[in-house]
Structures are given as C-alpha cells and as structure tokens.
Design a binder for this molecule. Structure first.
Ligand code: NAP
Length: 282
C-alpha cells in the first residue's frame, strides 16, 4: 500500500518506521524541510517534503500533526489527495475532530493510537511504539463501510490492540483515565503552592516530597500546551469527569468532618479493589 503521513514527529515518525518495516511505501509531508530530511535519513519515510503534492498517489493518509493543526492541515491537503484515498488521524480527542474532518474528507475515520513517550519530534520516533498498545478507531454511522476493514488491517499489522467505539464514548473514557488525572495532578501541585501561607512549611514540604508525590504530580507537572489542548478539545467530557471528582472530594471531606473513620476506611478499601481493573495488580 502507498501510505502518506502528515506531521513527522513522535507518532508520525514511529508509524512510518513500522509501516515501512511491513513493506508499505511511506510518503511523508512535514512543515520543515529539515524534518523531512531527517525522516528520510532514519528510514521513517521513503520520501518526504513540505509540499502536499507528495500525497497524490497515497491510498491511505495519516494526519499526525499537533491537535490544533489537524483541521487546517486536512483543509490544506484535501485538494491534493486521490479521491479514493482514505484519511485517518491520530489525535488524542475524537468528537471535536471527527465531525469537521469527515466534512472535509468523507472517506475519513478517526483513530487514536494510545502510545507515546515524554519526547516529541522526529528524533523521538521509534520502532514498535504501538505493539500491544490500544489503538482506538471511531467510525460513525456515516463512515463508508469499505474504510473500516482497510484501516483495521493496518492497525492490527502494527500489533496494536484494536478498540472500536464512538467518538463521544472514546472522549469520555479518555477524559476519565488521561485528561482528569492531568487536572487532578495539577491541582495537587497547586494546593500547597497556592494555599500554604507559611513559606517555611512550604519549603519543608518541598524538601520532604518523595516518590509518592513524584508519582501523583507527574502528569500535572507536564507540558502545559498539551494540557490546554486536551481540555479545549475535550471540554464537555472533561468537565463531566471533574464534577464527579468534585463529588468524590466532597464525600471525603464529609467523612473527615464527621470523623467517620470506618466510613473512610471502607471508601479506601473500595478504591483499592477498583484499581486493578484499570492498571492491573502493579
Ligand atoms: P510531535 O512529536 O510534536 O509531532 C508533530 C509533528 O507535526 C512535528 O514534528 C512537526 O514537524 C509537524 N508539524 C507541525 N505543524 C505542521 C504542519 N502545519 N504541517 C505538517 N506538519 C506539521 O507530536 P506527537 O506527539 O507526534 O503528536 C502528534 C499527534 O499525535 C497529536 O495530534 C496528538 O494528539 C497525537 N497523539 C500523541 C500521543 C503522544 O503521546 N505524544 C499519543 C497519541 C496520540 P516539523 O518539524 O516539520 O514542524
């Protein structure tokens, strides 16, 4: 198959490495000439350049730019695509992207490979990034039935674990396990930083912070631009999740205010039982 990749960074470059390894011809388009050159050099693409005409012969095109550019980039390339080409994206939110992207290119299906590292850019691309990782496809009732089998086969060939759901269900699930934790973790950092009135206590807390605080504050102390993007593009599902989290906090405050220690222990025991269903026994 001739596969196009637009946006040669961590995800686009990693897809290119694996797809070339599987024998596909990979044609890349990225904003910077230098990125295109590096992508060719590391073997993530057969050829790449910043001009969209490189995509003209592709059967399948992956949009792999940052979320905020997926729609403008789709608009910019659509005149250069083969009318039979299938378009898909890798954006981490779906409902706010799938509707406009399907409007721009009716042979579109939303996708989200749930794999990544803390790095970004073409030099962060790696082989086998998607092996044993979830890859969610989000067809809608309007999705052309020919598209699903083609994209499914490619996803499975990456050795990803395929999940198929609606864009809205994807966004709510991802809000629970990815976007809510970022906000909660940021608030965890914000609580002492913004509310401890005695500087010496704040300094002592900072000095004493260890692995527990490192684990729980990690995602909240990450890239602010990414956090803003996920909130902006998944605001409804994230707000729903945050409001339920607020209810949990209110419940906890009540248990403490009423000194209901057995109630608190029961609540904590319930959560300890719930955890393996999300992250296994680790
Ligand atoms: P990234 O490493 O920053 O890669 C994005 C690439 O897009 C950049 O290297 C940039 O290359 C290129 N680009 C920027 N503007 C462009 C334009 N106008 N036209 C063409 N190319 C352009 O980001 P990423 O982590 O791969 O994320 C890309 C997408 O994957 C996002 O939509 C994100 O939601 C999704 N995603 C990310 C992860 C993750 O963990 N990182 C996981 C799942 C899904 P130049 O050097 O040419 O500017």
């Amino acid at each position: 198959m001739r596969i196009g990749i637009v946006g040669l960074g961590l995800i686009g470059g990693s897809l290119g490495l694996d797809l070339r390894g599987l024998g596909h011809t990979v044609l890349g388009m990225s904003r910077k000439q230098e990125t295109c050159r590096i992508a060719e050099k590391i073997g993530a693409v057969d050829q790449a350049r910043p001009e969209p005409d490189i995509l003209a012969t592709c059967d399948l095109v992956f949009l792999c730019t940052p979320i905020g550019l997926l729609i403008p980039v789709a608009e910019a390339i659509q005149l250069h695509l083969n009318p039979a080409a299938i378009l898909t994206d890798v954006g981490s939110v779906k409902a706010s992207l799938v509707a406009p992207l399907s409007h721009i290119w009716p042979r579109f299906i939303g996708g989200h490979p749930m794999a990544g590292t803390a790095e970004s850019g073409i030099l962060a691309a790696q082989n086998n990034l998607f092996v044993n990782r979830p890859y969610v496809l989000t067809p809608t009732p309007e999705t052309d039935p020919e598209i699903m089998p083609v994209v499914t086969e490619v996803v499975k060939s990456l050795q990803s674990i395929l999940y198929v759901t609606s864009p809205a269900e994807h966004d709510q699930a991802v809000a629970w396990i990815s976007h809510l934790p970022v906000m909660v973790s940021a608030a965890l950092l914000g609580s002492p930083t913004n509310h401890e009135s005695q500087p010496e206590i704040l300094e002592l807390a900072q000095a004493l912070a260890s692995s527990g605080f490192r684990d729980t504050s990690r995602v909240g102390g990450g890239n602010p631009e990414l956090g803003r993007m996920m909130a902006e593009y998944n605001s409804i599902a994230l707000l729903t999740s945050l409001k339920h989290y607020q209810q949990e906090l209110t419940g906890l405050i009540e248990l403490l205010e009423t000194q209901n220690w057995s109630g608190l222990e029961a609540y904590l025991a319930q959560q300890a039982q719930a955890r393996p269903a999300f992250v296994g026994e680790a």
